[in-house]
Design a protein around this ligand. Structure first.
Ligand SMILES: Nc1ccn([C@@H]2O[C@H](COP(=O)(O)O)[C@@H](O)[C@H]2O)c(=O)n1
Length: 291
């Protein structure tokens, strides 16, 4: 199978033969049977650039134009407490889950207190250091050209995420987003977050709540899943009569500690890889006619 990107040193696989079988099955079935489900922060966006951490959707809101210095400090304190828990391999999901709910709930309450202005979101996204991974345009455009639906399933902030992809010029009609959306009052000030909270460990519930979306895509039984945390593995749990799923996991941080668990969970693990090259290589293979 000719996918040169799979030979890169950043690529690790538990079972290369199995990966090749899945990709071949997807290619035989063709793009009309494919859907892509991807996480956003640190999966479609870069983890770092020039040695500096890139922001998540929540971190993009950390801008003086939107929030006070005091709120900024409180959000930073929360990050310092909860991010090490999120990425701790020594704790079980059961142990982490209530703590993640606590983090999101406290952070959202702080953001609501700040009455964030809707009309400033585009500006703070433009001013931020958020960057989609290298090769993102080819990825989004290829999916659009082949009418393959892309579901972005994020525990970040939907309004911010949409603005990032809109400004990058890749918010194509085939893109659908499940995320935490802001609710603004008539003056355009943030008053709450809409619907059920999505955090990194309840994406299965989020998927099941959106049954109508997956019903519409009933014929797309092959799934390419992209994630960066073990919580992202359940994003495809709403897919009907799944035939094949290929799970690609970005291992951005605490690489040595987490490699084993990622290799057990994901079919392909990308170690400190800031590009979309592997996903693009696979996508090109699947969407080109069989030879
Ligand atoms: N207050 C918060 C809460 C969460 N995060 C990070 O957002 C990421 C979730 O988004 P996905 O697109 O990856 O689902 C998660 O990894 C948290 O680290 C944050 O920065 N601030």
């Amino acid at each position: 199978m000719q996918i040169p990107e799979l030979a890169r040193p950043s690529v690790c696989m538990r079972d290369r033969g199995r990966v090749e079988e899945i990709i071949q099955a997807m290619q035989r079935a063709g793009p009309s049977t494919l859907q892509v489900i991807s996480d956003f922060d640190m999966t479609l966006t870069r983890f770092s650039y020039n040695g500096k951490r890139c922001p998540t959707c929540h971190n993009i809101l950390d801008n003086r134009k939107l929030i006070s210095e005091e709120c900024k400090q409180k959000l930073k304190d929360l990050l310092n407490v909860y991010y090490p828990i999120e990425s701790d391999v020594g704790r079980s999901v059961e142990e982490k889950l209530p703590l993640m709910v606590e983090w999101w709930t406290k952070a959202h309450a702080l953001l609501v207190q700040q009455k964030i202005q809707k009309d400033l979101l585009a500006l703070v996204v433009r001013e931020s250091d958020a960057r989609l991974r290298e090769g993102y345009r080819a990825f989004f455009d290829r999916l659009q050209d082949h009418d393959v639906p892309l579901l972005i399933f994020s525990a970040g902030v939907g309004d911010v995420l949409e603005e990032v992809i809109r400004q990058a010029g890749v918010f194509h009609p085939n893109v659908k987003v499940f995320s935490n959306y802001m609710d603004f009052d008539e003056s355009g000030a943030l008053r709450a977050f809409k619907g059920e909270l999505i955090h990194i460990y309840n994406k299965r519930e989020g998927a099941l709540l959106n049954a109508a979306h997956f019903r519409e895509l009933w014929a797309r039984r092959n799934v390419l899943l992209l994630g960066d945390s073990l919580g992202d593995l359940t994003m495809a749990d709403g897919v009907h009569s799944l035939a094949n799923i290929l799970k690609i996991g970005y291992l951005n941080d605490k690489v040595e500690e987490r490699k084993e668990s990622y290799l057990r969970a994901y079919d392909i693990v990308l170690e400190r890889d800031e590009t979309m090259d592997v996903a693009n290589g696979i996508l090109w293979h699947i969407t080109r006619p069989e030879q």
